[in-house]
Design a binder for this molecule. Structure first.
Ligand SMILES: [Zn+2]
Ligand SMILES: [Zn+2]
Length: 296
């Protein structure tokens, strides 16, 4: 197997691109995919400040690494959820600290227990809904910290597999609200800063390979509360379609990203936001879900 570019021995084969690469040319390919996404979806301009939400998983660390290498003014945010089982939160924090200090990139750690005297486990147990409370909490903290730091954009590590599986799930249930928000670029609105997904043109296996190539240590423990079975099923379903008709997954998501505005019009008519009476962040109720959960 030879590299498509230089004819030296290849180390990776990418059937969806009809290409094989040596380590050097895989790196060139990967960086170009991110640059292409930034340009196509107008994600960032040179010199802009971007906050990356990092969990310690491969996607968020890889997106941080690439944006840093491309010369953007990057800083990180890690939310310490306080999940003790599997040493999940302790290992996640350790991996993030190691990554950021090696590269000399600033990292803010937001520790829920320190701020509110309780962990996501305390709260999740009390409410009885774990993943949705965790998702809501993370979204809120990301928005609030981005607003407080006055960054130009908030980046997450979502990849093409995540985004196409989410699109598939939302289409099956015609979730108009979520369908309007699955795009790689959500413009700033009120107190919410621009949200971007620079890995939108890359698949999971490509990101995995990048992490390996650059010796990026990622968290190995998995969240003991995660119930992603349904989401995993959608990913497998899309993968089996992709295997029979290569390129389908990319087409499915890219076409959506061009026409997503049709869902936006539907969404805007139904939801009007107002400032939360405790924290001032936009919400559809008098007190936002975050304040209800953590401050009352
Ligand atoms: Zn090569
Ligand atoms: Zn609030």
């Amino acid at each position: 197997m030879k590299c498509t570019v230089c004819k030296q021995p290849a180390v990776v084969r990418l059937p969806s691109h009809h290409a094989r690469f040596c380590a050097e040319h895989f790196d060139v390919f990967f960086m170009r995919r991110v640059e292409k996404a930034i340009k196509r979806y107008k994600l960032l301009k040179k010199g802009e400040r971007v906050l990356v939400a990092v969990s310690g998983g491969k996607d968020s660390l890889v997106v941080t690494d690439v944006l840093h290498r491309l010369g953007y003014d990057v800083c990180g945010l890690h939310i310490d959820l306080g999940i003790s089982a599997n040493q999940f939160s302790a290992e996640s924090l350790e991996v993030c600290r190691e990554f950021f200090s090696k590269r000399n990139i600033p990292l803010e750690v937001y520790n829920l227990k320190e701020k509110f005297g309780k962990t996501i486990e305390d709260v999740g147990e009390r409410i009885g809904r774990f993943c949705s409370t965790c998702g809501m909490t993370k979204r809120y903290v990301m928005n609030a910290v981005a607003h407080q730091k006055k960054v130009d954009a908030l980046a997450t590590g979502h990849n093409l597999d995540d985004l196409s599986a989410a699109l598939f799930a939302n289409l099956l249930r015609w979730e108009m609200r979520y369908l309007s928000k699955g795009t790689p670029h959500l413009p700033a609105e009120g107190n919410f800063c621009r949200k971007i997904k620079p890995l939108v043109l890359l698949f999971e296996n490509e990101i995995h390979f990048y992490a390996k190539l650059h010796n990026i240590r990622v968290v190995t423990a998995s969240c003991p509360h995660s119930k992603k079975a349904k989401f995993k099923r959608y990913k497998e379903l899309l993968n089996s379609i992709e295997q029979k008709s290569p390129g389908t997954k990319r087409f499915f998501y890219e076409k959506y990203s061009q026409i997503a505005h049709i869902f936006k019009a539907e969404n805007e008519a139904k939801i009007s936001l107002r400032p939360c009476s405790i924290c001032n962040m936009p919400t559809s109720t008098e007190i936002c879900a975050f304040c209800k959960t953590w401050k009352i």
